[in-house]
Ligand binder design. Structure first.
Ligand code: ATP
Ligand code: MG
Length: 320
């Protein structure tokens, strides 16, 4: 279904240029047929058999139902400028999926579309469909705030409330979502433990969050997102402002969350994508082509046996 949505949530008429009306033709395992030809490798990343070749072990059994995300023919515009074209991607439940690609190819825009933050930008519109499990997140009956509770976001720069205590920072997620909790102490401990921060802060819960190191602040933000039990966490370059040690701690946290929460992570760090993800999607935009997925598949395949020469060039650092 094609449904451009305006910044205020209302439905817009299709833009006067190339609206998406059909899903892109799948060409599994397609190869570059020329620089002008868009090649989309549509791999169902929920198919664990397809992911079996990945570097990470199979998912541990979860104690709750895991929910994945499915984007179908997603296009995006800022005003008249089309920045994403026909992006279809399935993000496997409980797995970590990395989104990679050069600067400006639309990774952050795509991530914002996955939790209805794109429509908060003035002049922004989109077409296509995003399903959380079987539910259309753009269903007019659905409140964007509910969607954002189930699909949390962690940003490039850690953004705790600096003057609030560590404890209050964690519980602020609940407050913002309007959720009450009888046993906040346990929830705070649980969330900080899941974010890999409990041991480091358990004796100073009532000191300001702003006094933590950058890496600790980022894990505090992850803990804050976890308090509302999201199905999905979207991470937009969560380590780009961190030193290598803090980066490693956040990656450990991502490993711990694997199998509990569905994660999509944008990263420019190819080693990081290879370390943390089981599936990977390579985005590209050129001067005359909006951002699109060139190839998606098991991380192992994208890094070791890519089917498109542009993917090979990118993951081997030959451009971008
Ligand atoms: N708020 C905005 N208004 C207008 N254009 C925007 C806005 N945000 C992004 N764009 C444009 O959309 C395109 C995609 O940007 P986006 O930030 O999604 O790319 P990206 O892949 O995340 O890049 P990076 O790796 O540098 O973060 C770019 O051409 C960018 O200039
Ligand atoms: Mg970005």
């Amino acid at each position: 279904m094609t449904r451009p949505v305006a910044a205020d949530g209302s439905t817009l008429p299709p833009p006067p240029f190339e609206p998406e009306t059909t899903a892109p033709t799948p060409s599994p395992g397609g190869t570059a047929a020329g620089s002008e030809t868009r090649v989309i490798s549509v791999v169902d990343l929920t198919d664990t058999a397809q992911l079996a070749g990945g570097a990470l072990p199979p998912l541990p059994a979860a104690d709750h139902a895991l929910v994945g995300l499915r984007a179908r023919s997603v296009s995006a515009w800022f005003g008249d400028h089309k920045v994403l074209d026909g992006v279809s991607l399935t993000i496997a439940p409980g797995e970590v999926t990395a989104l990679i690609g050069p600067s400006g190819c639309g990774k952050s825009t795509f991530l914002r579309i996955l939790n209805r933050m794109h429509e908060m930008i003035k002049g922004a519109s989109l077409a296509g469909e995003v399903l959380l499990g079987d539910e259309d997140i753009y269903d007019p009956k659905r409140r964007p705030s509910d969607v954002r509770r189930r699909i949390g976001m962690v940003f490039q720069r850690p953004n705790p409330f600096p003057a609030m205590s560590i404890y209050e920072n964690v519980t602020s997620g609940l407050k913002l979502a309007g959720i009450s909790c009888d046993d906040k102490d346990s929830l705070v401990e649980q969330s900080l433990a899941r974010a890999g921060l409990w041991q480091e802060v358990k004796d100073r819960l009532h000191t300001p969050g702003g006094a933590l190191s950058g890496g600790q602040q980022q894990r505090l933000c992850i803990a804050r997102s976890l308090t509302v039990s999201p199905d999905v966490l979207l991470m937009d370059e969560p380590c780009s402002a961190l030193d290598p040690t803090s980066t490693r701690r956040v990656e450990d946290t991502i490993h711990e969350l694997r199998g509990e929460v569905t994660i999509a992570i944008v990263t420019h760090n190819m080693q990081q994508a290879a370390r943390v993800s089981r599936a990977c999607a390579f985005f590209l935009a050129t001067h005359d082509t909006p951002g699109h997925i060139v190839e998606a598949g098991p991380t192992d395949q994208i890094f070791n046996a890519p089917q498109d020469s542009r993917t090979a060039d990118y993951v081997n650092g030959r451009f971008g």
